[in-house]
Design a protein around this ligand. Sequence first.
Ligand code: IPE
Ligand code: IPE
Ligand code: MG
Length: 235
Amino acid sequence: MYKEQQSKNDAFHVAIVMDGNGRWATNQNKPRFLGHQAGAERVREIVETAVKMDIDILTLYAFSSDNWMRPKPEVDFLMHLFSMYLKSEIQRCLKNNIRLSIIGRRDRLKPSIVKLIEKAEEKTKKGTQLHLRVAIDYSSRYNIVESIIKYKDQMNDENLQNLSEKLNMTNVDFLIRTGGEQRLSDFLLWECAYAELYFSDIFWPDFSEQNFREAMDEFYNRDRRFGMIPVAIAI
Ligand code: IPE
Ligand code: IPE
Ligand code: MG
């Protein structure tokens, strides 16, 4: 039923800014890294829910390009978590017919992580149930500038949509941000042109299947107009 809400011909795309891991931990007098660990565990349940809800593309913001500015032990721990995730999730993705892709820069990641990414992408490339995209060292502004430099000669009004698809810049239908902040933090700026935005105060490690379903119910009740006027008034 959610698919009916999407813009015509597009895959149904949900994106999530998984924020609030650090505060979740601090509130319980735990070190921040335990918040990241709990956050990583939460991902599995949300991905399974996305499969059940027939979402085509799920893009998760795991590490922004600005997150490199965090203390080294925190960054190192996050990189360790990504490695563990990439190793453990291949089988699960295959079982659930999920295609896993990592978006973002690769030139600043450790070669061992890049290898794991390539392996995971190769092994799961035939998945058709859900395209799971995890953003690591991701900056939307960087992505846009890089695309302009690369494709500036091909850019015109007519082929903008084709070009967006070629660059994997598929429209986002619904963007969720957990953790109470109401900003995009350099995530999918181009793709969110007509996305419905949803902000939850719940910290990511606590964001349950039920919370995800509530968010989706709200999406279902939104009235998307894409710059037009309601059909009933137009006729
Ligand atoms: C999101 O949680 C995960 C990453 C940015 C890697 P945070 O670590 O930003 O958690 P808060 O916002 O400090 O609570
Ligand atoms: C955005 O969260 C990045 C991720 C969730 C991975 P941040 O916590 O880094 O964003 P700001 O600093 O609050 O804007
Ligand atoms: Mg944060």
